[in-house]
Design a protein around this ligand. Structure first.
Ligand code: ADP
Length: 484
């Protein structure tokens, strides 16, 4: 059996999978979010470890097994969240700085003003943004009371859990590629970038392939190898069996993450993020990634902010009640625009209002905007990779909205496919750990992935193109609105 750990932003989940890849038992627990100042988000890494260890024990007990029955452990995790700990005591040296935390935005503005954008993009595949770990580590030393020196260990959540599970100080390449410190071609920490950002290279964990033996865990009985560690979005790409270049998945949650398998080519394109999908000792698979900040949270805003719907599901009924959008477009740039525009000064905009506009139009426009944003990201990625998308595999909370999924299919003009097992992130970690441990082949994994529903395009391509054209005009009107 395989124990798969999904350490997420709001909680930790553990799953026990059978030899056939079927989920046997799972356990979940939330942990505390700390918001000490506006724009700051922190986690207590000690609490993350306590909660994670507990859910592992609960899932194992529920499945009636111990470590002796496990072939391997796989870990997937919230990415970019940064931890500092003492190698000697094994205790955190400060609160973890979470991916959502914006405290290093000014430091990033400084790096951009000093002209380092090209260097960072070429070496790391990333845009300079407070989202990534590098400036968070630097902040801990500069402002957070963390002392550099031999005892200091830095790492993202994968490395922290590995250290607690096995005593090793290593990270995997998919997580390392989210730090702004990794050279994504040499697969090593980049000394020049570490120096530029002010991060002591000797405190960083050893970067290792996503699939390899990271260490052995004796906490649950027996001695179980940790054979895979992988960031959550890359795990979902693997769990959706997007193993061939060009295949892509989109996760529709609070925001959305579109990842497309880019094969062995680390192609770097302005506006897109190039990230490491996964790697073993022979090969590295890259992925193009688009981060869309506001999709599901626009529906939350209709419910909690505007209060024009009572539940997220009601947006579907309202959208269906209209034959068309009557020219109303909602650009949900409520937190600026991410890929492919990267405009922090864009703001939410609703255009095309008339006396006949009602709440159904607003709800429909919010759902349409989800689909348009994904379509824009798909178009940018297809241009960059010169790979047409064969179909889009989807997961996340909004896939429950079948009107949205049909509209997505229509504007993309390719099928949208929902898998049978919705927990694609944890599945990805389990599959990768099983393959790495020699339990399965990647062919087996593709066979374990099954589709539950396929949407086929029904709208004419001309009609889709005209909607996307009007949407693009609306996006232009939202850009730069809050520029000082
Ligand atoms: P996360 O993992 O980011 O918390 P989920 O995958 O749980 O997100 O998805 C929740 C999001 O999906 C919420 O923002 C919610 O507004 C949206 N959502 C859930 N169900 C629907 C629905 N039927 N129609 C539209 N939006 C929905």
């Amino acid at each position: 059996m395989i124990l798969a750990i999904d350490q997420g932003t709001t909680g930790s989940r553990a799953f026990v999978f059978s030899e056939q890849g079927a989920p046997l038992a799972s356990a979940y627990s939330e942990f505390t979010q700390h918001f000490p100042q506006p724009g700051w988000v922190e986690h207590d890494a000690a609490e993350i470890w306590t909660v994670t260890e507990r859910v592992c024990r609960e899932a194992l007990a529920d499945a009636g097994v111990t470590g002796e029955d496990l072939k391997a452990i796989g870990i997937t995790n919230q990415r970019e969240t940064s931890v500092a700990w003492s190698r000697s005591t094994g205790e955190p040296l400060s609160r973890a700085i979470v991916w959502q935390d914006r405290r290093t935005a000014e430091a990033c503005d400084g790096l951009i003003a000093d002209g380092h954008e090209g260097l960072v993009r070429d070496r790391t595949g990333l845009v300079i943004d407070a989202y990534f770990s590098g400036t968070k580590f630097a902040w801990m030393i500069e402002h957070g009371g963390v002392e550099p020196g031999q005892d200091l260990a830095f790492g993202t959540i994968d490395a922290w859990l590995l250290f607690k599970l096995t005593g090793e100080h290593a990270t995997d390449l998919s997580n390392a590629s989210r730090t702004m410190l990794l050279d994504i071609r040499s697969l090593q920490w980049d000394a020049e970038l570490c120096e530029l950002l002010g991060v002591p290279i000797e405190s960083l964990p050893e970067p290792m392939p996503t699939a390899c033996e990271f260490g052995r865990c004796t906490l649950f009985g027996g001695s179980v190898p940790v054979t895979a560690m992988v960031g959550d979005q890359q795990a979902a790409l693997y769990g959706q069996a997007c193993h061939t270049p060009g295949e892509a998945k989109n996760t529709y949650g609070t925001g959305s993450f579109l990842l497309q398998n880019a094969g062995g080519n680390a192609v770097v394109t302005p506006g897109l993020i190039t990230t490491i999908g996964w790697a073993d000792s022979d090969a590295t698979t890259y992925a193009l990634e688009s981060s869309i900040f506001v999709t599901g949270s626009a529906i939350q805003w209709l419910r909690d902010g505007l209060q024009i719907i009572e539940s997220a599901a009601e947006s579907e009924e309202l959208a269906r009640s209209l034959d068309g959008n009557d020219g109303v477009y909602f650009v949900p740039a409520l937190a600026g625009l991410g890929s492919p525009h990267w405009d922090p000064y864009a703001r939410g905009t609703i255009v095309g209002l008339t006396r006949g506009t009602g709440k159904a139009h607003i709800a429909r426009a919010a759902l349409e905007a989800v689909a348009y944003q994904v379509a824009d990201a798909v178009a940018a990625q297809s241009r960059a990779s010169a790979q047409a998308l064969p179909e889009l595999r989807v997961d996340g909370g909004m896939t429950a909205n079948s009107w949205l999924m049909q509209f997505q299919t229509d504007v993309l003009c390719v099928p949208v496919v929902v898998p049978e097992l919705a927990d694609t992130t944890v599945l990805g970690a389990a599959y990768m750990a099983g393959v790495s441990a020699g339990l399965w082949t990647s062919q087996d994994v593709r066979q374990m992935w099954n589709e539950s529903r396929r949407y086929e395009p029904q709208m004419s391509p001309d009609n889709a193109a005209s909607l996307l054209g009007e949407w693009a005009d609306a996006v232009e009107r939202s850009k730069g609105w809050a520029r000082p």
